[in-house]
Each structure stands twice: as C-alpha cells, then as structure tokens.
Design a protein around this ligand. Structure first.
Ligand code: C2E
Ligand code: CA
Ligand code: CA
Length: 645
C-alpha cells in the first residue's frame, strides 16, 4: 500500500511538472508565433488600406466625409494615420482610439518611414506597421491592439491544456496504479521469499533457530498472560557424525530430512518443530507441563523406531531429548534452551531417550542416575517383586481378579516407587525386559492360585512403548504357551495415550492381543483425551476409571458426576467398568448404586505380596466367597455381559 501511494504521488508530481513545463513552453511558443502573425497581419492590412486609397488624392483623404466611409468599409479595428514623407507632417488621421499610443509612436522617427513594424505597450500592447501610400509621397501607419487576440489565444490554449492535462493525468494515475500493483506483487513475493529464507532451514524446510526464538518469545508472553506453562524439547541424533564420516554427507542429509519429516508429521499445530543446525532439532509445545512434555518425548521416540533406508542400507535413528519447561526451568527463551541442552546431554550420558531438566545436580538426580544404572541388573537377577491388588465384583461381592504391581526394595535406597523407576525404565528401553518379567511372574502366580482353587484373572500394566513394538504380540504368545494359565485369565492395562499415540500401529498390536483371547483394559480412563469415536473401535473390554476421580467422589460432586457418566458410557459401549482407588465404604456403596461392575482399592485391600494375597483370600469376605469352585467366573472375567446379567 505504501509503495502504491508513493508511486502514485511520484507519477502525479512528475506529470504535473511536465504539464506545467509543457504548457508554459507551448504558451510561449504559440504566443510568440501568434505575435509574429499579428505583425504580418497588421502589415498586410496596412498594404490593403494603401491599395484601397491608391488613386484617392491626399486632399480627398483629408476630407473626412470621403475618407471615413472608405476606411470603415475595410472593417478595421485599428487606427490609421497618414504622414507626408517630405515634411513629416501629419496629414490625415482616422480613428482616435489609440491616441496615447500614436503620440508615443510619433516621437520616434521610425514610424514616418515606410516598411517598419513593431509593438508598443502602454496599459495594453499594440502592433503597428508602416507602408508607403498615396504615390509613395506619404507613409501610412496602422495601429492594432494585440491584447484581444492574445487573450483569446491564451484561453483556448489553457482550455486545451486543462482538458489534455486531465486526460494525461488520468492515464498517468491509471498507469501508476497498474505499475504499482505489479511492482507491489513482485516485491511482496520477493519479500516473502526472503523472509521465508531467513526463517527456515534450507535442507529440511523446517523453521530455523531464529523462527524458533520468535515463537518462544510469543509462547512466553502468552504463557505469562494465561499463567500457563510450555515446554521446549531439544534433541540431537546419536552418532550422527559417524554416519557422515563413514557413509558420506549424502547419507547424513537423507537421515536429517527423514527425521525432519517424521517430526513434522507427528507434531500437530500449535507445536513448532525447528532444526537448529547440524543434527540438532527442537520442538516447542505450547501449554505443555512436564508430564505432557514427557508424553511428547515418548511420541517422538516412538516415531523414530523405524529405520531409515538409504541406498539399500537401513540406518537406525537414535536420539536423546532434553526437556525444559516454563516457568519451572526458566523464564527466558535463551535460558530454557540452555537448560533443555543440559538435560539433553544428561540423557545422552546416561543413555536415556529423554530427560527433564533439573535445576540442581542434587541428590535427586544422582538417585535417578543410580536407579537407571542399577535397574538392568535388578531385573536380570530377579531382585524385583510383584504385589497383587484384588479386584472385587460388585454384583456378587466376590474377588474376581487382581492387578500385578511391580515393587523394588533397594538395599540402600529403600522402597523405590514404580512411579519413579517405570518412567526411567521407559527412557532407557529397560521397560521391555521389565514388562516381560512382571508378566511371567504374574501368570505363574495366577496359575498357582488357580491350582489352589481360585479362578481369578491377573492384570499386567503395559507401558506406552509396548504397543509400538511389533514383536510384543509374538512375545506375549510365547509367554502364554509357556505358562499354565489360560489366555483369557490374563488382562493387560494400557493407558489411553498409549493407544492413541500411533493408532494404526497400536490397533494392529491390540488386535493381535485380543485374537489370543487376552483381555484389554483402558487404564486411568478420563485423564487422556481419547476420542470417543476411536474408543468405540478399540478392541478393549474394560474401562478403568482413574483413581483421581474415585478418591474424592464422596465429597466432590463433580467427580461423582464424572464417575457416573463414565459408568454409563462404558455400559452403552458394552464394556465392563472398573473403579480403582476405592478407599471407604461410602465410595463402594455409591459405585454399587451406580451399577459399577468392579471395584479395586485400599478399602478392599492394598497391593499384597503373593503370600499376603493368599492370606487375604482366606480371611476376607470377598476372598472366601470366591473359593467355591462352582462359581462360574468366566462371564465376569471376559466381562462383556457382566453388567446386563
Ligand atoms: P496404576 O496402573 O494406576 O496402578 C494403580 C496404582 O494405584 C497403584 O500404585 C496402587 O497401589 C494404587 N492404588 C490402588 N488402590 C488405591 C487406593 O485406594 N488409594 C490410593 N491412593 N492408591 C491406590 P503403584 O503400585 O504405586 O503404581 C503406580 C503406577 O506405576 C501404576 O499405576 C502403574 O502405572 C505403574 N506400574 C506399577 N507396576 C507396573 C508394571 O509392572 N509395569 C508398568 N508398565 N507399570 C507399572
Ligand atoms: Ca493399572
Ligand atoms: Ca490406574
């Protein structure tokens, strides 16, 4: 717009100046030549008069009665005087309109001589000419006023100039507009290209460091205003230099482009994915706290599992991710990036896939490093335990299953809660052997109880990563074959986010699991963001309401409403609903009144070691009721018809 108005102004200015110059020159030239014409005209008229009075004697001419009609017939606008060439005396004068001029002219000798012409100006200008007359003895002087002619000429000229000026101006404006729109378009396109170039990486097309910085500043002010958090994830490829050095830059470039594509496709708006240079990438997640950032880190890790084929070679992508979150880990863009970098290097050192920034290298992070370092041996040496928490059917008041929960009693650190070491196991990839180990223990224990007269199910928790592991279903099949437990006594609990992360892959694995007759439950239901449309399609038979809704249900009406609607939803979708975190009788009564199918929680029992559970089965009313061999629990286990029976 600015260019358009500037150009318009320039064109208008130039056109106006050109018009003025052109007008002045034209006026000057035309008026000059017109004056010349006038002189000629005056001389011609003078000759005409001289010819007209030729043959008339001077005496006759001196007689006004003869001379005046004669001259009047000529239609003259000027005045005519006759002088005697001999004594220069004034013989005759016709018309006295320009007496002043004449007397001014009479002072000069010029006008008494024939063949002269000129101009004289008083209050206005006059042209004059002298010719010989009356037998060459006399000189005739004709004076004609100029002004009338010149004025009318000026008017005509100015009218023409104005109309031509308007046309020229109109054309100029039109041309300026056309020109400016073309120029503006070209400039805009060029500017856009330049801005794009300045803010994007050439190889991958991803935003670059500058762009990321702008976005971070934006995120900072938005987060500050809304009192929200946001996270920055910094990652770089492991052993990228090796790829470049041994296979060549062509391979390196290919790898970078593939990583960029995967990141770009996995991350949806408003997430920003940027390449900071070399093998370093960053992901900015508005609104994300630590927990959400870890979910994103997991998604990224999963999306890199598939190797990249380059010229017949399969390149494994391995990367370390460092996470920093505003405001906990810093409140400036530079600071957050730096802290994400620190976290990334810690992740690299400890061979973790991702790590969250920790403000001080205190005991806490040393403890984490120690846990990570020791976990592998602990799994391999069977130093973990599995505890079991019973699940009770609310229709029959009988125990119908149990959830297996892993326990680690460290000789020096004491009890290490699963919430602490499971995420670390996920980061280091140790979650696979850990899940496998828990599964084997749980199936063995459940089979033993079965032999002892308890037809129960056992539920094992699966990590987010299990569903992205194509080999998991095969491993599961092997474990089932190796165990003495029918497959339908095994349940797997998976969180919503695990199922939703990579739905196509997850769906395949889930299908293969249920095809083996293993039951699936969605754990911590209500905390994720699963779309109900997807939920309907997933082959799960149970929804486990997250304990955060159940714990305060008795006092919190909102929680009560949520629990009620999850129960209704589950039943409408023909699924069994389990409430975990039942800590008191009121809670249990409310769940029963809402036709919840199964309950689990401290009120029924805390998670117990194998022998502890055996004791509980013998002592508790729920356990005693389950002892009877003739109870058909299969319907409860597979669940689908439970709520309608
Ligand atoms: P989760 O799957 O939601 O497990 C239920 C958690 O709730 C258990 O915590 C259990 O002890 C606790 N809980 C049960 N009833 C109550 C109650 O009435 N009140 C309260 N306040 N809590 C109750 P735990 O054993 O500390 O496990 C925490 C999480 O660690 C589990 O949450 C699960 O996500 C994970 N986890 C535990 N064992 C394994 C495992 O073998 N594999 C995997 N992948 N994750 C596991
Ligand atoms: Ca669980
Ligand atoms: Ca749970």
């Amino acid at each position: 717009m600015r260019t358009t108005s500037q150009l318009l102004l320039v064109v208008l200015g130039v056109t106006l100046v050109a018009q003025i110059i052109y007008g002045t020159v034209a006026y000057w030239m035309i008026s000059g030549s017109e004056r010349q014409n006038l002189f000629t005209q005056v001389a011609n008229d003078a000759y005409r008069i001289a010819a007209e009075i030729d043959g008339v004697s001077i005496d006759q001419l001196a007689n006004e009665e003869i001379a005046f009609p004669l001259l009047r017939n000529l239609g003259l606008t000027g005045s005519v005087s006759l002088f005697d060439a001999g004594d220069n005396s004034d013989v005759v004068r016709f018309g006295s309109r320009f007496v002043d001029v004449e007397s001014q002219l009479l002072n000069t000798d010029q006008i008494r001589t024939p063949y002269q012409q000129g101009e004289v100006c008083t209050d206005r200008c006059y042209a004059w000419a002298t010719v010989p007359a009356v037998d060459k003895q006399h000189t005739l002087l004709l004076i004609t006023p100029e002004k009338d002619n010149v004025v009318s000429l000026g008017e005509t000229l100015s009218m023409r100039l104005v109309s031509s000026g308007v046309i020229v101006l109109w054309i100029a404006v039109w041309a300026a507009l056309v020109l400016s729109s073309t120029i503006t378009k070209k400039l805009n396109a060029k500017n856009k290209a330049l801005v794009y170039q300045a803010l994007h990486d050439e190889l991958t097309g991803l935003p670059n460091r500058n762009y990321l910085f702008d976005k971070m500043e934006e995120a900072l002010s938005e987060a500050e205003e809304a009192s929200e958090s946001f996270s920055i994830l910094l990652m770089d490829l492991d052993r990228f230099k090796e790829v470049n050095d041994t296979l060549g830059h062509h391979f390196g470039d290919h790898l970078l482009v593939e990583v960029a594509n995967r990141l770009h496709h996995k991350m949806k708006k408003p997430v920003t994915v940027a390449r900071l240079g070399g093998d370093e990438f960053a992901v900015l997640v508005p609104g994300a706290n630590h927990k959400k950032a870890i979910e994103v880190a997991k998604t990224i890790t999963l999306s890199m599992l598939e190797p990249v084929p380059v010229d017949g070679i399969e390149l494994e992508i391995s990367m370390s991710i460092g996470i920093a979150t505003y405001p906990a880990d810093g409140n400036e863009a530079e600071e957050l990036l730096q802290h994400a970098d620190v976290a990334m290097y810690r992740a690299k050192r400890s061979m973790a896939k991702y790590m969250v920034y920790e403000s001080n290298e205190d005991g806490n992070s040393i403890r984490r490093l120690r846990i990570m370092g020791e976990l592998r041996n602990v799994i391999e040496n069977d130093e973990l335990d599995v505890h079991y928490q019973p699940k009770v059917c609310l229709k029959t008041d009988r125990v119908i299953g149990m959830e297996a929960l892993v326990r680690w009693h460290h000789p020096e650190l004491g009890f290490v809660p699963p919430d602490e070491f499971i995420p670390l196991a996920e980061q280091t990839g140790l979650i696979h052997p850990l899940t496998d180990w828990v599964m084997q223990q749980a199936m063995k224990f459940c089979a033993q109880l079965r032999a002892e007269g308890y037809e129960l199910t056992v539920a094992v928790n699966l990590s987010t990563f299990a569903l992205q592991d194509a080999g998991f279903a095969d491993e599961l099949a092997l474990r089932i074959v190796q165990s003495d437990l029918p497959a339908n006594r095994l349940e797997l609990e998976i969180t919503e986010s695990a199922m939703m992360t990579d739905l196509p892959t997850a769906s395949k694995v889930l299908d293969r699991i249920v095809n083996q007759d293993v039951q699936l439950a969605i754990d911590d239901f209500g905390t994720g963001f699963s779309s109900l449309a997807y939920l309907k399609k997933l082959p799960v038979s149970q929804l486990k309401i997250d304990k955060s809704f159940v714990l305060d249900m008795v006092s919190d009406t909102n929680d009560r409403a949520i629990v009620k609607s999850i129960i209704d939803l589950a039943h409408h979708m023909d699924k069994v609903v389990v409430a975990e975190g039942v800590e008191n009788q009121e809670c249990l009564d409310f769940l029963r009144s809402q036709h919840c199918d199964i309950a689990q929680g401290y009120f029924i029992s805390r998670p117990l070691p194998g022998d502890g559970l055996r004791q509980w089965l013998r002592d508790s009313p729920w356990g005693k009721a389950a002892r009877t061999r003739d109870v058909n629990v299969i319907d409860f286990i597979s669940g689908r018809k439970l709520h309608s029976s």
